[in-house]
Design a protein around this ligand. Sequence first.
Ligand code: SAM
Length: 281
Amino acid sequence: MKTRPRLGQNFLTDVGAATRIVSALGDLSARTVVEIGPGRGAITGPLAAHARHVLAIELDRELAAGLRDKFPADRVTVLEQDILNFDFAAAAAEIPGGGRICVAGNLPYYITSPILLKLAASHAALDHAVLMVQREVADRVVALPGSRDYGLLSVTAQMYGPVERLFTLPPSAFSPPPKVHSTVFRWRFAPRFSELSVEEAGFLRFVRAAFAQKRKTLANNLRGAGIPSAAATLDAVAIPSHARAESLSLESFAQLWRFLYSEDPAAASTTAGSQSNSRSF
Ligand code: SAM
């Protein structure tokens, strides 16, 4: 069977790693698991052995057909579909007795950002995910304030719930081997917008504006986003005027957003720019 590099096809050959991914999802006996890009079924096999049901979403027609032959339909439903068009809310509504979906996947790396954004947007239908991504992406997802990798992706992911790095695999764990190392992380969906008293869309636009230009200070980026008295605003919430967005915790971003917009959340859409949150990180 030919491999399609265009579809990010690097198949996991390390059987132990597949088992660890499934173990990291916890007790699946009552769970429906959506697997993103099941490929030749390296992770689907152990998932099918532990989960109540698996929905395997595979774009490649030949691979989808192979999976249907390999796994019984009462344990694994194979859908030949683009994961970016998959409706997680509708799938969760089908779970007998209700409940939220678990997600697993060795992601096709060419669409990592859109997939992570899609999961964030589908958070209400999701419980937790265990995902394999390029190591550098995982570094950014789990990064803490003040570290080199902390940025828009870290704040966005962590606003939707706690993230945890699990383990890293070398290229030799895949066939064909990718050019990069891969890291598995867990993401528990528990959004923090209400707790931090910020409005989701406006807050994420604001954070995007705060990180707009890496070399600029936060005050300069905020001025660029149309917030004129940026330095005075930072002073009012005890953030140093020379601070960079990279040094701010989620709580500090929220404090700043509340200071600027809690009286008028709609203003966040005009002042911090009207870019959509659906762009990649
Ligand atoms: N899970 C398998 C494994 O670990 O060996 C395959 C992982 S491979 C990195 C990514 C898989 O995602 C491939 O099977 C590829 O065909 C599939 N894929 C690529 N784009 C997709 C999309 N938009 N929607 C669903 N599956 C996709």
